[in-house]
Design a protein around this ligand. Structure first.
Ligand code: 4AD
Ligand code: MG
Length: 465
């Protein structure tokens, strides 16, 4: 079997030549004498035209070639006489692997809305759009591993089931081993979840960072790349309850090094997409977002602007004084909303922005405190069209400051003893960040809803299978 992606190379070498392809029927048309089938096998956005001589073929077999059916074709790759394709396959033998009832098959020839496709998430990989997104998703994962591997970082597998709240934000899903038929009840009649996971309270991880820091303190540079879970009830186009995060953590690296790494890393991934996914990008640009490829190039070429939170807030306040209207208020100490981030990126600086030195109250307990006593060495990377795509920081190494902050946000020392050991034994400056994988994909694919860049989205209203 040859994949359809390999056909251009074959065609270049020699025409005509024998081939065998297998895939799913996209469309069928024709006249009394010939039948034209567009076949796609998922290897590429392009379908191949199969030409079937009706006079030589059993009509019953032709009837079974319907949109969605799985078929195999043995034939000859020839230069096409028709317009719209350079070559096509003249079929000599057709195998039907699986028929598909043309009336009931949910994916008809016509285009479907992304909203409709979300309702049939089990079939949407068969569409051009979603297959393109999935191929790009694979390529971005590969680019991420390549980037870190080539720089000598090690891929560290951090746990999914954990007993620590890495972000201290209290947005965790509880993991239970309780017998659902015999749930222990508290006095008020509610389920007593304290008796879960063999007697210890555990949750699904919100971030692999804390374990990642343990790795960095031994291997020098590591990265994690896995699913993370947040029980935030935010029904927005940028939030999922289950999303994938990439978290590098590097010993002896400071806040500036962290910014350099984040910029080099995102540019590498985007350049990879331009180098390896152009067919899919062109398809998505044509159908959804005319400026997609330009925008990707723009971020690859543009030096990221580096600024502080204080500076950013001053610019936003100035904009408000000049009549700019935002939905949420801006003042020093406020958590910036994506409308603020996008104003800075798209209208003020006209470049991706790395914002640093946030008020400590709005950031996690582990971020290194600055001398001013008010701000921490955190950084967010802000992208056009997206807003926050990365969050990270240099980490606090002073154990007293660290435990004081942890206490302030309600994390107990007894839950953090293992983490604090890195500060007790051979502590070293270190920094890292987390990239939301689906946020990167939103940017690269031009999709506007995060549910359209993950195969099986998990959101407050969606866990169908
Ligand atoms: O800013 P966050 O919460 O940072 C951390 O979790 C740190 N532990 C990272 C680190 O320093 N190692 O999340 C990091 C990124 C965000 O910038 C965003 O891109 C993405 O993860 N993210 C989400 N993506 C989809 N759905 C959600 N609910 C997300 N929450 C965060
Ligand atoms: Mg963040």
């Amino acid at each position: 079997r040859t994949t359809i992606k390999e056909l251009p190379q074959l065609a270049q070498r020699q025409l005509p030549q024998p081939v065998c392809v297998k895939g799913w029927v996209r469309t069928k048309r024709g006249n009394k004498a010939v039948c034209f089938v567009a076949l796609n096998d998922g290897s590429t956005i392009h379908s191949i035209q199969i030409v079937i001589d009706k006079t030589q073929t059993d009509p019953k077999l032709i009837e079974q070639i319907t949109t969605g059916a799985a078929i195999g074709v043995v034939g000859t790759l020839v230069a096409s006489q028709g317009q719209g394709q350079e070559y096509e396959i003249q079929a000599s033998e057709i195998t039907i692997y699986g028929t598909s009832d043309p009336v009931r098959y949910p994916l008809q020839k016509k285009g479907h809305t992304l909203e409709f496709l979300r309702e049939i998430a089990h079939l949407r990989p068969r569409t051009n759009t979603f297959a393109a997104v999935l191929r790009i998703r694979h390529n971005m994962a590969y680019a991420i591993h390549t980037f870190f591997h080539e720089r000598g970082y090690f891929y560290l597998h951090t746990p999914i089931i954990t007993s620590s709240d890495a972000e201290g934000a209290g947005q965790m899903f509880t993991v239970t081993t309780l017998d659902m038929n015999k749930l222990p009840l508290a006095k008020d009649g509610s389920v007593d979840y304290s008796k879960d996971f063999f007697g210890k309270h555990t949750s699904l991880t919100v971030s692999g960072q804390l374990e990642g820091e343990l790795g960095a303190m031994a291997l020098g540079g590591i990265y994690t790349f896995g699913p993370t879970f947040r029980a935030e009830n935010s029904n927005t186009p940028r939030h999922l309850a289950e999303f994938w995060m990439v978290e590098p953590e590097v010993a002896f690296m400071d806040n500036e090094g962290n910014q350099d790494l984040a910029e080099a890393f995102t540019k590498h991934c985007l350049q990879w997409a331009l180098d390896h996914c152009m067919d899919d990008l062109e398809f998505l640009a044509e159908h959804y977002d005319k400026e997609l490829i330009e925008r990707i190039r723009f971020v690859v070429e543009r030096p990221f602007v580096r600024t502080t939170y204080t500076e950013g807030v001053a610019i936003l306040e100035e904009a408000v004084r000049n009549g700019k209207k935002f939905e949420f208020p801006v003042y020093w100490g406020a958590d910036l909303a994506s409308e603020h981030e996008r104003y800075l990126v798209e209208q003020h600086y006209n470049a991706p922005v790395i914002m640093t030195d946030y008020p400590k109250e709005i950031k996690a307990f582990y971020m290194k405190q600055n001398e001013d006593g008010k701000t921490v060495r955190g950084m967010d990377v802000l992208f056009p069209h997206i807003g926050e795509i990365i969050g990270g920081s240099e980490r606090e190494t002073d154990i007293d400051k660290l435990t004081a902050r942890a206490q302030e946000v309600g994390i107990k020392d007894k839950d953090l003893w293992w983490y604090l050991d890195t500060r007790r034994y051979g502590s070293a400056p270190h920094a890292g960040f987390g990239l939301g994988f689906e946020r990167l994909l939103l940017f690269v694919t031009g999709m506007t809803n995060i549910r359209d860049v993950i195969p099986f989205p998990r959101t407050p209203n969606n866990a169908n299978f």
